[in-house]
Ligand binder design. Structure first.
Ligand code: ZN
Length: 68
């Protein structure tokens, strides 16, 4: 099974992590819309607010690495 992901950049979008412009790309993975920055490791799942909120609260659990 080919795992083709359609990625598209969001024009004018600013990465909340590194602050770079036009580096955010939107793509689908397992029918979930995801947002990722190509410059840094920023990634976010863009679905609905409920999942977004859950994703945010999970970030502390999943994000084991600490930027120091
Ligand atoms: Zn970034």
């Amino acid at each position: 099974m080919s795992k083709k992901t359609k990625k598209r950049f969001i024009a004018g979008a600013k990465c909340p992590e590194c602050g770079a412009m036009d580096t955010l790309m939107l793509y689908f993975e397992n029918n979930v819309e995801k947002l990722a920055c190509v410059k840094c490791d920023y990634a976010e799942t863009q679905t609905n607010d409920e999942v977004k909120a859950a994703n945010k609260s999970n970030a502390n659990v999943i994000g084991v690495f600490k930027p120091e």
